[in-house]
Every structure is written in C-alpha cells, then in structure tokens.
Ligand binder design. Structure first.
Ligand code: ADP
Ligand code: ADP
Ligand code: MG
Length: 447
C-alpha cells in the first residue's frame, strides 16, 4: 500500500480523496494556492504545500511545482481528482517518469479517449452507434458545409479536445455555419490548445445516460450500472441519479454491454465513464471521461462500492475482488450540485460563508469543503457542495432530497438551492419526463 498520497486538487473532491486515504491508512498531502491557505482540504490533510498564486495556471495546473511538492514530501502517488490535470496525459506520463504513481488510467488511455474524434472512430469500428456526423476533423469551410448539408440542420460544432460543457455550438443554417466556423475554431484553440472541430447532428432533447466502469490491471472490466444526467444547463450537469428509473431494459442492457466492450478494447485501467445520448429507441456513444466524475457518489450509494478507494487499490495492481454478478444495485440515489451563484442571473457568487448548517439523517450525504467563515473564492469553479441522498425508490429519494435541501443552510452567499427546490416540485420532473432540454424550458416558464 502507498504510504503517502499527494492530492493535486482542491475543494470537495480533495476532501473525498483524503477520506478514502484515511480508510486505507495512507497519509495525505494537500497542495494549495496562496488564496486557498485557509481552505478545508489544507486543514484536513496531514501535510500541505503551497504551490503558487491564486491563478490556476500558476498553482493547480503548474506541473513542476506539483511534482516538486510530491518529491519534497516523499509522496508515492498523486491523485488528480477531476478537472485540473486529471485528463492531461502528459502530466500522467511525467508522474511516472518522476517515480510517482499517477492514480488513474494509463497515459495512452487518457490520450486516446481525450480526443473525441479518435474516440468516436474507435467506437464506430466496434459497430457501436455514434451520433451521425463527421468522424474526422473539418479541414475547410467547404467540407463543413458539405457535411452539415448532408446531415441537415441544426448541427453541433464540437471541439475534439472539449470538456466541461465547453467548446460546443449549435448551428441552425449554412450562413451561421460560415460565420461561426473560424470564430469557434479560434475560441477552441485558445481554450484547449488545439483548433480541431468535428460536426454532429444536433439531437433535440435526448437523455444523457452514462456508465460507470471499473477496471484493474489484470484485464477485468466491470460496469457499476448507469447514471442519468439529463438535467443540464449549458451542457453542464446539475442533478444526477442512479439508476435511470425510466430507461427501457433492452436499451440499458445494450449500453452497459457496449460500455464494457469499449473499455475492454482499449485495455482501460482504473475508473472511467462512458457517456451516451438516448433518443427514443436509439442510443449513441458521445465520449469517455478517463477520470473520477463529479457525480460518482450516486453510484457509490446504490452499489456500496467506494470508487476512490477502488481507484487507489487498482492503481497499485490489486485485482478487483468482484465479478460482474457480484455487483448488486440497491435502491435509488440522487445528487444536487450546489453552486455558489445568483439563482436569478446564475452568475458566480463568491463571498464568506455564515451560519453553515448541514442536513442529516439516514441516507443523506454531503460532499463539501465548507465551514463557518470560509471563503468562496472567485478564482475557482462555483461548485461548492454536493448533496446526495439514497432511498428505496425514486419517490422516496425526491421526498428526502426536498427535506435535506430545506435543512441545508449556507448563509453569506447565494446558491442554486432555491432552483432545486422548484425542480423537485415539478410534475414533469417527478414523472421522469426529463431530457437535456428540460432545464431550459423549465427556466423559461418559471422566470
Ligand atoms: P463530470 O462529467 O464529472 O460531471 P464535468 O463535465 O462537470 O464532469 O467536469 C468536471 C470538472 O472538470 C469541472 O470542473 C469542469 O470544468 C472540468 N473539466 C472537465 N473537462 C475539462 C476540460 N477539457 N477543460 C477544462 N475543464 C474541464
Ligand atoms: P463534454 O466533454 O463537455 O462533457 P459531451 O460531448 O459529453 O461534452 O456533451 C455534453 C452534453 O452536450 C451532453 O450531455 C448533451 O446534453 C450535449 N450534447 C453533446 N452532443 C450532442 C448532440 N450531438 N446533440 C445534442 N446534444 C448534445
Ligand atoms: Mg461529457
């Protein structure tokens, strides 16, 4: 077992990793920016190292400082969490070169699936459905117009290296395409360091269903069921559930089977997620995330499996101790992503937390890094807490979530808690009539 793990992240996911390490008797090292000196991950880790100023490029993304911190603290491994360096294959490679284990898939896995065009090509070769569109990068305006005309508008321009809901633009006609193409390319280059763009048919109101994969270094690849993540704003998830209570059993079986096939084909190692869109009786692969995901707790709640502990164990070469038939799904779980934001304008709302009160009770879990008097900083993601509940069925979970949201007090700043309270009262949401356009329509109606 490792003696010490450095956590190259902050906020709730850093705390989540610290807790898993404690379970395994592993010491932890927090890294932090100057601005994060008083943050909870720094207080709770066994040691901490300041790696730079507030700007992420000079601290949480600054590879030389992070590797030095690992060296001076004698850390055996680095856990990247999600975001930041989690899907940076060069970072994973550098860790290995420096003799520090990267807790995640192989650099090759990350590089291959991090490029959505390459991933799509690979999945097509397996005869698994992908969204109609190009499977190569668009080389010219002429080519893009041809592809778009063949598909029919609306289409979606997508960045090969896009992520976090960024790097996507819906296009409604040829004129718009001609105007947008170079603009989008420049934006994408600035954001992801690569201008490659591909085109997909824009599906109207699909459901987002994804599959949690766990894989060890001995060729065992299992799925831990699906999650429904259709509640999204600007392509970013805000509420997730496991399982999807409204998925056709035939489609579920195909998606789970195909996800395992994809991961097995690329000899995937560690945990990862394969994302699909489902529209009527059709389903399509969209991408793979080669890391732990924000919404992993809903899977943990229904399977009883600690995914971070599993990441650490398989990264050491331990074999998974279960077979697929040993994975049992128990009840239903839901997560609300609590953001520090104005519920009206949805703009980030940094500030100092006051009167902090956490909900409780059986099946109520809070993954957060908050305390009375802590600061929500403007430099980082506005996700400040995840409220997760578990119960026998979806109706019980909705009820429990409502009460937990009522109990949750986060004073001093504004959050999207009021939005979740409204969503949970909505008859269409309660009836399971959700898709990726649900929230947009809901917000138009309620504001
Ligand atoms: P999940 O699929 O786990 O829900 P998200 O898409 O919400 O993940 O992204 C998780 C975090 O990682 C967010 O903070 C998001 O901003 C960040 N992120 C993911 N991919 C990228 C990327 N390619 N570039 C920048 N940030 C990213
Ligand atoms: P990211 O890497 O940013 O997570 P994804 O490719 O996973 O990007 O897509 C994120 C979300 O964008 C999906 O969950 C879905 O809501 C929407 N989306 C992506 N591709 C399409 C498409 N072809 N048609 C309609 N919506 C799409
Ligand atoms: Mg995605």
């Amino acid at each position: 077992m490792y003696k010490k793990i450095l956590i190259a992240n902050r906020g709730e996911i850093a705390l989540r990793v610290i807790r898993a390490c404690r379970q395994l008797g592993i010491k932890t090292v927090a890294i932090h920016s100057v601005a994060d000196q008083a943050s909870l991950h720094v207080k709770l880790a066994d040691e901490s190292v300041c790696v730079g100023p507030a700007e992420v490029s000079k601290s949480y993304l600054h590879v030389p400082s992070i590797l030095s911190a690992a060296e001076v603290t004698g850390s055996d491994a680095i856990h990247p969490g999600y975001g930041f360096l989690a899907e940076n294959h060069e970072f994973a490679e550098r860790c290995e070169q420096c003799g520090v284990r990267f807790i995640g898939p192989t650099p090759k896995n990350i590089e291959l699936m991090g490029n959505k065009i390459k991933a799509k090509q690979l999945v097509e070769e397996l005869d698994i459905p992908t969204i109609p569109g190009s499977t190569t990068k668009m080389k010219s305006e002429k080519e893009a117009v041809l592809v778009a005309n063949e598909l029919g508008y609306p289409i979606l321009l997508k960045a090969a290296l896009g992520g976090g809901g960024r790097g996507m633009r819906v296009i409604h006609n040829e004129n718009e395409l001609k105007k947008s193409l170079s603009l989008v390319r420049n934006e994408v280059l600035a954001h992801f360091g690569n201008p490659d763009i591909y085109i997909e048919k824009y599906l109207e109101g699909p459901r987002h269903i994804e599959v949690q994969i766990v894989a060890d270094q001995h060729g065992t690849v299992l799925h831990l069921g699906e999650r429904e993540c259709s509640l999204q704003r600007n392509y970013q998830k805000i509420l997730e559930e496991a399982p999807c209570a409204f998925l056709d059993q035939g489609i579920r079986e195909k998606i789970l089977r195909d996800a395992v096939r994809i991961a097995s084909t690329i000899q995937y190692k560690n945990v990862g997620t394969i994302e699909f869109l489902v529209s009527g009786q059709d389903y399509y692969f969209i991408e793979m995330n080669t890391r732990i995901q924000v919404e992993h707790p809903v899977t943990e709640m229904v399977t009883g499996i600690d995914l971070i502990k599993t990441q650490i164990q398989v990264s050491l070469g331990e074999a998974l101790s279960w077979k697929q038939e040993d994975i049992h799904f128990n009840g239903h779980s839901m997560e609300c992503r609590i953001n520090a934001e104005d519920p009206e304008t949805m703009m980030p709302f940094p500030g100092e937390i006051k009167d902090y009160h956490v909900p409780g009770g059986i099946g109520v879990r809070v993954d957060a890094a908050l305390y009375d008097g802590c600061s929500i900083l403007p430099y980082y993601d506005s996700l400040i807490a995840k409220l997760i509940v578990h119960g026998d069925n979806r109706a019980e979970v909705i009820n429990k979530m409502k009460h937990a949201l009522n109990e949750y007090i986060i004073g001093g700043i504004k959050t999207n808690i009021p939005l979740f309270k409204k969503i949970l009262e909505n008859p269409s949401f309660i009836g399971g009539e959700v898709n990726t356009s649900f929230l947009k329509r809901f917000l138009q109606k309620t504001t």
